[in-house]
Design a protein around this ligand. Structure first.
Ligand code: SF4
Length: 192
């Protein structure tokens, strides 16, 4: 049967593949356009996301919305997901076995959406796709791997505790349209 985002959502809703299913209120499969050029991947749902079943609600979500608006995008234009689809208790970091148990859902979403660029929000998302880097050194630098273009940036929640990071995040965001332009030009050249 053909894979779809709705099918993944239904499977996530019923998933009991790791212990996070025991403490979640709602699953948070991801939200946005199946045609998105830009896909954002964060770490894990927090308290508000768990209550509402949607990613990036609350303070971090407001920061993200402001950043999206700065490059003329809305949530409906992009797709936003997390490395794990259920909230870790007390917002602890997801455990490696939880990340592994949830990996297939995220991979299927990436395969279906085929975004031009995958924005990795923070260290955990970066480690999942391009391990071995440091967010403080490697944010704002696109990396190619396995046919995808990844772009690690600070997590919007980090700016709530460290206001100095908002400028870094704003600068990195401004690069996104330019990188997409570059990717499109490269594709045009390959097509000849
Ligand atoms: Fe399933 Fe992922 Fe939720 Fe674990 S975090 S129960 S693997 S959907």
């Amino acid at each position: 049967m053909k894979d779809t985002l709705i099918k993944i959502e239904e499977e996530v809703a019923a998933c009991q593949a790791c212990q996070l299913c025991k403490t979640r209120t709602n699953t948070v499969p991801g939200y946005g356009s199946s045609q998105a050029d830009v896909m954002f991947i964060g770490e894990a749902p927090g308290k508000n996301e768990d209550l509402q079943g949607k990613p990036f609600i609350g303070a971090a979500g407001k920061v993200l919305d402001g950043l999206l608006a700065s490059i003329n995008l809305k949530r409906e234009d992009v797709f936003i997901a997390n490395v794990v689809k259920c909230r870790p208790p007390l917002n602890r970091d997801p455990l490696p076995e939880e990340v592994a148990a949830c990996a297939d859902f995220l991979q299927r979403q990436v395969t279906l959406i085929r975004p031009k660029i995958i924005i990795l929000l923070g260290r955990h998302a970066m480690d999942r796709f391009i391990p071995g880097l440091k967010i403080s050194l490697d944010h704002g630098k696109p990396k190619r791997k396995d046919g995808n273009v990844y772009f690690p940036i600070y997590h919007p929640a980090a700016t709530i505790y460290n206001r100095a990071l908002i400028e870094e995040l704003q600068k990195d965001f401004k690069k996104i349209p330019k990188i997409i332009d570059m990717i499109e030009k490269e594709k045009d050249q390959l097509r000849g």
